[in-house]
Design a binder for this molecule. Sequence first.
Ligand code: NAP
Length: 320
Amino acid sequence: MVFFDLGGSGAGDSTLDNSYDMIIIGGGPAGLTAAIYAARGGLKTLVLEKSTEGGQITVTQKVENYPGFISIEGMELAERLAEHARHFGADISTNGVANLSFCCDKKSVTLENGRQIDAKTLLIATGAKHRRLGVPGESTFDGKGVSYCAVCDGAFFANKHVAVIGGGNSAIEEGLYLAQLAEKVTVIHRRDQLRADKILQDRAFENQKMEFIWDTVVEKIEGDKFVSNLVLKNVKDGSKEDLPVDGIFIYIGLVPNSDLFRNLLKMTPEGFIITDHKSLETSMPGVYAAGDVIDKELRQIINAAADGATAVSSAIKTYF
Ligand code: NAP
């Protein structure tokens, strides 16, 4: 039997049963799609999402690559997914998970209020969070000009100058969003080519409010009460320069929310959970994983949802 602490928060919920066929930890696109498939497949299903139903997509302004929606707000898609899961009978709870124990063919989840709920199968869909730069000033000015969420904090920077760090889809998509509000958006990328999808690159290069500083990293974030300056370093010639800014939005990739499974499941050195490619079962029988937390090439809403469906389908075939 293995016990480990998951942290989390949330109030008690007396409407929950003591036992489920499947408990899904994480209510993003992977977890909620899994819940739709599980509940519709006749499994008694519980989703535990300690934060916001929908996960990362709730802080995405616009989703343009989920089939059937030319453009949909992230929050609306999240609400629709949760409503869909509830419609077929899944319970969704904001209870935090305090610890888990796996014994034989029973998976037990202890909520923060001390209550234990058992399940025959477990699905981990805890997603990922934004990686931090790890430079001086990042923690000091967190929430005081340093942000990882343009949708949450962009309005504070109306008509101001912000920097966006990174060259992937997140940096460019959020940079474009910020350009609607800010006076100027300077994208700082460590190479001279973006990684983002071509359609996003084209929009960014055409945007009059967006500027690019290539081959450059942030060495230090400075300010008094709020961010006012970045110390930049050119990685090719080592030269340094100051860039006065009012804010900095950091989008340099994802870190899986998997710390607490580290001693329990097989993972990559970066902490992505390794699953069987066909079934998405982890190294622990009866425990599946889906979405951004697993080791895979593409991290999009579409394949997070597909992972959820695949994992549940495998679980039903194997355990029910
Ligand atoms: P990402 O695709 O991993 O890109 C991270 C970017 O940050 C890269 O350009 C990388 O540079 C740079 N970077 C990494 N570490 C750095 C460091 N220490 N200092 C400076 N720069 C650093 O991450 P993401 O953009 O957050 O996206 C995560 C996943 O979500 C991706 O799979 C992405 O496709 C997906 N996503 C999709 C959409 C969409 O489909 N619309 C939107 C958002 C996110 P290099 O290029 O040099 O490696």
